[in-house]
Design a protein. Structure first.
Length: 228
């Protein structure tokens, strides 16, 4: 089995040491590098080619948000899991919008952090629908109407079937569940998800969920289900 190549980024040397000790003890994870600031990340990624970057969001020179955005704009970018001390934080949501695959709290039990890294390496987001909704509710404010209009304009490029799949992704359903609900094969669901990502210029399923939420499609889905 090929080990997951992991890069650790945190400005606190004690946190890095703890993460390195904890993650390095797993047979399927290889720590390929450590960085103390987001400004070091791109050069380290070029040198070490990690599969996943565990990224602190608050660092003094270049923060994790900026570093994540720079990484996810690159071709063959590694997956990014954001480290934070807050459940509902505007910076966490912004990191997800620019392409992070999820986040974990710094006080998360070691086994859960390991599980998050493994899931992201396998191409799965680490956010539950409940946590996603919590974050998005936290971000609702005066810009909500503008954000909805922009999101709906972007979603307009999808055909009806792709829109249905996007809503299902936004509800947190796995490919097999989407296939059952929409009466299609899992392979067809994967094809639709790939097309949605390409048409909307997105990096991952978390961004599909966020855009569907911004566009009000998840609310529409709820109204249809309740008959309102």
């Amino acid at each position: 089995m090929t080990a997951i190549r992991l890069l650790l980024v945190d400005d606190d040397p004690l946190v890095r040491a703890g993460l390195s000790f904890m993650m390095g003890g797993a047979d399927d994870i290889e720590i390929v590098g450590e960085a103390a600031d987001g400004g070091e990340v791109e050069a380290l990624v070029d040198r070490t080619r990690p599969d996943v970057v565990l990224m602190d969001i608050r660092m003094p020179t270049v923060d994790g948000l900026t570093a994540t955005e720079r990484l996810r704009a690159r071709e063959d970018a590694p997956q990014v899991v954001v480290l934070t001390t807050f459940h509902a934080d505007e910076q966490v949501l912004r990191a997800l919008r620019v392409g992070a695959a999820g986040f974990v709290l710094k006080d998360t039990p070691p086994a859960e952090i390991l599980a998050a890294v493994r899931r992201v390496a396998a191409g799965d987001p680490v956010l539950s629908p409940t946590v996603t909704r919590q974050l998005m509710r936290h971000a609702v404010g005066t810009a909500a109407d503008t954000r909805r209009a922009r999101a709906r304009a972007r979603m307009a490029v999808l055909n009806d079937r792709e829109r249905e799949v996007a809503v299902a992704v936004g509800r947190g359903l796995a490919n097999a569940e989407i296939a059952t609900g929409l009466f299609m094969s899992v392979a067809t669901v994967k094809t639709h998800v790939s097309r949605i990502l390409a048409k909307l210029d997105l990096n991952n399923r978390v961004q599909i969920a966020l855009l569907a939420y911004d566009a009000g499609l998840l609310e529409d889905e709820g109204e249809e289900r309740t008959g309102h």
